[in-house]
Design a binder for this molecule. Structure first.
Ligand code: FPP
Length: 246
């Protein structure tokens, strides 16, 4: 079996993706297979966030975006939703200090509206603590939906047109991207989805236009640094043409 360090050593340090986004799927199935509750599956998933953030720092990935709670996840049971909110708060408390020490900035991608006050407060504290850090950004998609993000951007642009501060002919892709939740991270280089499903699930619909996509069969709590390095190797083996010809 290939070892994590061996795969990492073989990676081309000049072709590390700047922005990696991950759909962390499979916590529920992982829990079921272990005879555990879904919540325990999410807890194991949250622990793995630390592992993969470290792998990104080791390789020099500058931006990691994680899909932690989607606008569709509101359809889950109240118990599961509450536990995800609680977990998010705990994660922010436990890890934001560690991330701060390694100069990582935390960012929130999504809406506060609808979230419990306590969760908003916990998120806000983590953002505030790390706001001046410059080594790497970890963006947490929480109460996030790709379509909702695009509709929100369209509304803001419509408001600007109505107010007379923007004319319709000046609406370009660049202008549109300025209205996304995190305008400075509007391009994803590599999108990873775990647990073998070939779906986008309303994640970063604008930002993934030219992303390379890697689907790993591994369930998120088991998705190791090895698996992450393999996904990067896969990315490096592809030729990105952005619609053009070499
Ligand atoms: C998908 O697995 C995962 C989620 C809906 C939640 C992801 C949350 C975490 C990994 C923990 C919190 C993260 C942070 C950053 C604090 P699923 O439940 O849909 O799995 P299944 O498809 O196997 O049921």
């Amino acid at each position: 079996m290939e070892k994590a360090q061996d795969i990492a050593a073989l990676l081309d340090k000049d072709k590390i993706p700047r922005h990696v986004a991950i759909i962390m799927d499979g916590n529920g199935r992982w829990a079921e297979r272990q005879g555990k509750s879904r919540i325990e599956g999410h807890e194991a998933g949250a622990r793995n966030v630390k592992e993969i953030t470290e792998a990104c720092q080791e390789l020099g990935v500058k931006v990691l975006t994680l899909y932690a709670f989607s606008t569709e996840n509101w359809r889950r049971s109240k118990q599961e939703i509450d536990s995800l909110f609680h977990l998010m708060g705990r994660y922010m408390k436990q890890y934001s200090g560690q991330l701060h020490k390694t100069n990582v900035r935390l960012l929130h991608m999504g809406e506060n509206q609808g979230l419990p006050e306590k969760t908003i407060e916990d998120i806000q504290k983590g953002l505030e603590l790390t706001k001046d850090n410059q080594n790497m950004d970890v963006c947490v998609g929480f109460n996030y939906g790709g379509r909702r993000e695009i509709v929100r951007a369209a509304r803001q642009i419509a408001d600007a047109v109505q107010a007379g501060t923007l004319s319709p002919e000046d609406i370009t892709e660049e202008v549109f991207a300025q209205h996304l939740y995190l305008p400075e991270h509007s391009e994803v280089d590599l999108l990873i989805r775990t647990s073998g499903e070939f779906r986008i699930s309303n994640f970063m619909l604008w930002q993934i236009s030219y992303s390379e996509i890697v689907v790993s069969p591994t369930l998120w709590p088991d998705f190791s640094k090895d698996d992450f390095y393999k996904a990067i190797r896969d990315y490096q083996s592809r030729l990105r043409r952005f619609g053009g010809r070499p």
